[in-house]
Design a protein around this ligand. Structure first.
Ligand code: CA
Length: 224
């Protein structure tokens, strides 16, 4: 595999590089965040090993920039146990895995192999129904190229409906997918949100993309 290693601790970077090369991999090593971002942006690597505390640009910022630019190379982040960041932050920002320092090289290699196996899986792609587009990765919605601003809850409801376009989706399905698992309010809250959505994604554009099936639920389809 082609590995990009972004690590400013030179002895550690050398150790990892030598181990990977000995195992038959190609390794590019850079020692600061900006160089890491530039190298990773080429998309020429199968996997990126990214330290968090880096000079120039932190590993978190590097990762943010990469994902915003739609670069989906799998990233394994290296975190320090006593650092101010933790693995939850890493996953929030789109890391695929993390390893706490100090780590054994054997474990790193096993994690990288596992990442590579998983990387064949599909990444979230832009959902399209008629002229409506929803980009899960960038959290943005457009109708005919016009951006529509939605609240997080509205976005969740729309994403759920669009991912099942053409199918009947019950209010309970939507509630389970978008609201907290322990939500104990009325399923009718879904009606309220579908109403908000229609006022944003349909009414201003003269479209009708969310059909109500009385007593059953909703169906999202291309407006006729
Ligand atoms: Ca560091």
């Amino acid at each position: 595999m082609r590995v990009l290693l972004v690590e400013d601790e030179v002895p550690l970077a050398d150790m990892v590089r030598r181990g990977l090369v000995a195992d038959g991999h190609t390794v590019q090593v850079v020692h600061d965040g900006n160089a890491g971002l530039a190298a990773a942006s080429t998309g020429d690597h199968d996997v990126v090993v990214l330290d968090i505390m880096l000079p120039g640009l932190s590993g978190y910022r590097v990762l943010q920039h990469l994902r915003a630019a739609q670069v989906w190379t799998p990233v394994l982040m290296l975190t320090a146990k006593d650092g101010e960041y933790d693995e939850a932050d890493a996953f929030d920002l789109g890391a695929d895995d993390y390893l706490i320092k100090p780590f054994s090289f054997v474990v790193l290699l096993a994690r990288l192999r596992a990442l590579l196996r998983r990387s064949g899986e599909a990444r979230p792609t832009v959902l399209k129904v008629g002229t409506l587009e929803l980009d899960p990765a960038r959290h943005r919605v457009f109708r005919d190229g016009t951006e529509i601003t939605l609240t997080p809850r509205e976005f969740g409801v729309l994403e759920h409906l669009m991912s099942r376009a053409g199918e009947v989706v019950t209010k309970t399905d939507i509630l389970r997918a978008v609201w907290d698992a322990h939500y104990e309010g009325e399923v009718n809250v879904v009606e309220v949100y579908v109403g908000y959505l229609r006022r944003k994604i349909d009414t201003p554009f003269g479209t009708r993309s969310i059909e109500t099936l009385r007593g059953v639920g909703y169906r999202m389809s291309e407006p006729g």
